[in-house]
Design a protein around this ligand. Structure first.
Ligand code: C5P
Length: 423
């Protein structure tokens, strides 16, 4: 259980049936040492009473904007600022609409306007209200205003039995979101810069045709997101993929290997390079600038030219990142072949993918959500590791944990030192 002693929370309870779940949330917060001050809207008091809330918080509960006693003792401005975090639960459609448009005609909405602290809301409403275009607009606006949301979840509504999205997140989920805000997880890669390549490349034959491969970009994007979550400043250079750009990452979409190399070199210097893209080995030497016609019987002959090796270029660069990581897809002699590739490319670590039928990844690794990999390292670079079958998100998390260990050493070793004095 996280110790949040000394942390102060302003909890605004809106008028929804889910208000009863907030009593449980208050108990859990108190167990963790949080001091909880509560504002209840007029509607909230139809569902639970200030008396029961006050009994749990051990503090008086605030309800009125124009209560002279409240204003003399504390005032809505101080109320909203003497907290480390403001939480709205349940956040009704009405309260969200007020927040999105800046209305403040009661204590709850005024405190929300006056606060200079982070705000987390736990929406709860009927699924039709959640889906309504007005609520959609308000959610977008609130997110753009920097307000964090937890839930709502899918499930049956307490009052109507209707199913759909709208049920307030469970108290323990809200608690986890509060803990994350009050005591954010460590960011071991804060201050480090990283570049990740991902996805396939498309090499044009003519303006409408191209050579490509089946890479989905899932593994590379998961790594970019995990590096960003660990605090790194991440640039993701991605070939064409059908995935939304990950949050908190600078994403540069490219088509060809040459464009990918250009943007990777432009992002240097960085501390960490993870080259997860399935770069096409060849491009069409001279792509036609007009669509090739089906004239005559003989199909056109495509002369191919080799593409630059982005991983090898980065590993041999004058501005070489401290840690250069590549991928290798192997069907046999996984470790032996990966070691050879590691030496040939000059990188520090290789994530060797087992793409054989025995890997256990149904339907093959490409496009799948899981991956079985072996981390192969250069001498002195931390030791090899065989990982079980994992989701691509878990592979990313493990890799980032290893990267954080590497940079967590008292003093990062340069590659030439590591080679001279293997540990
Ligand atoms: O040589 P191979 O394609 O097996 O090497 C795979 C590793 O090299 C991957 O990390 C991939 O991103 C990288 N690579 C590259 N540029 C290329 C070919 C591969 O960065 N042209």
């Amino acid at each position: 259980m996280a110790d949040l002693t000394g942390k102060r929370l302003l909890l605004i309870i809106g008028g929804g049936i889910a208000a009863y779940k907030v009593l449980e949330l208050i108990r859990r917060l108190k167990e963790r040492g949080v001091s909880v001050r509560v504002v209840m809207t007029a509607a909230a008091q139809h569902f639970i009473t200030p008396l029961s809330v006050g009994a749990l918080t051990n503090e008086r509960v605030f309800t009125d904007l124009f209560d002279l006693n409240d204003e003399r003792e504390i005032g809505h401005i101080r109320l909203s600022r003497q907290a480390d975090l403001v939480v709205v639960a349940p956040a009704t459609a009405d309260l969200m609409a007020k927040m999105a448009s800046g209305f403040c005609n009661d204590l709850a909405s005024t405190a929300l306007m006056a606060t200079d602290k982070p705000v987390l809301i736990a929406p709860a409403m009927n699924p039709k209200m959640w889906d309504h275009p007005a609520t959609r607009r308000n959610v977008k606006q609130l997110t753009a205003d920097g307000i964090a949301l937890i839930g709502p979840e899918a499930g049956e509504m307490a009052e109507s039995g209707e199913a759909g999205i709208g049920r307030m997140a469970e108290p323990m989920a809200i608690l986890a979101a509060i803990e994350e805000q009050l005591a954010p997880a460590e960011q071991p890669l804060k201050g480090r810069r990283a570049i990740v390549t991902s996805g396939p490349t498309h090499e044009p034959i003519d303006p409408v045709r191209y050579i490509a491969n089946r890479s989905s970009g899932k593994q590379g994007q998961a790594i970019a997101a995990a590096l960003a979550a660990a605090g790194a400043d991440v640039t993701l250079v991605t070939g064409p993929v059908a995935l939304p750009a990950p949050d908190g990452v600078t994403t540069i979409p490219v088509e060809t290997a040459e464009e990918m190399l250009f943007h990777v070199e432009a992002a240097l210097p960085v501390d960490i390079a993870v080259m997860a893209a399935a770069v096409a080995d060849w491009r069409v030497a001279e792509a036609a600038d007009k669509k090739l016609k089906k004239t005559g019987k003989t199909p056109p002959k495509l002369a191919l030219a080799p593409n630059p090796d982005i991983l090898a270029t980065v590993a041999g660069h004058g501005n070489r990142p401290e840690l250069v990581i590549g991928f290798a897809a192997e069907t046999n002699d996984l470790v032996k072949n990966a070691k050879a590739k590691l030496a040939a490319k000059g990188c520090d670590w290789i994530i060797a993918n087992d793409v054989s039928a025995k890997s256990g990844v149904a339907g093959g690794v490409m496009g799948s959500d899981s991956n079985r990999v072996h981390l192969v390292t250069a001498a002195g670079a931390g030791g090899d590791d065989a990982w079980p079958l994992l989701s691509k998100t878990e592979v990313a998390a493990r890799l980032v944990a290893r990267i954080a260990d590497h940079f967590g050493d008292a003093r990062p070793r340069r590659r030439d030192e590591a080679e001279a004095h293997p540990s």
